[in-house]
Design a protein around this ligand. Structure first.
Ligand code: MN
Length: 152
């Protein structure tokens, strides 16, 4: 009887599309990025390059658990829209924040920061990065203490 109930539930969930579509990625993962400015596995997919009308890049980034970017700044700032999973975001000198699916992070121009996945969960976000003032400036790797600890 339990099995019939379960199968009925699965059938109707599939019919409504909820169970199937909930965790499917919206955008393709794209190319695995070479480990130049990050630790761990990161995939980047540029959805829209900056042009003369829309002067900002729009990309999807997917991080395996434990993957994180080096410290960096964006001369034009950056907005992150968290699409899936759980990650970290930290500005230099401030506490590390946990960020989750559905949250929005605004990083002001020139602020030194990093973002990435937590040790236990991957994270996927959409980033919009204004390009008119120049490209991302990459800095040093995080220490393990910075990644796992609370404040710096
Ligand atoms: Mn950034």
């Amino acid at each position: 009887m339990k099995k019939i109930l379960y199968l009925t539930t699965v059938f109707f969930a599939a019919l409504s599309g909820q169970a199937v579509a909930q965790d499917a990625p919206i955008f393709p993962k794209g190319e695995k990025a070479p480990n130049v400015n990050h630790v761990g596995n990161v995939w980047l997919h540029e959805l829209s390059e900056p042009d003369s009308t829309f002067n900002y890049g729009t990309s999807v980034a997917t991080f395996d658990p434990g993957a994180r970017l080096n410290w960096h700044t964006h001369p034009g700032g950056q907005i992150l829209l968290i699409l899936a999973g759980t990650g970290y975001y930290q500005e230099k000198g401030k506490p590390k924040q946990t960020v989750r699916k559905g949250e929005v992070v605004k990083c002001a121009p020139g602020v030194v920061h990093w973002h990435g996945a937590t040790p236990e969960s991957g994270v996927t976000y959409l980033s919009t990065t204004p390009a008119q003032n120049g490209k991302t400036i990459w800095m040093e790797k995080l220490t393990e203490q910075e990644y796992l600890g609370g404040k710096k």
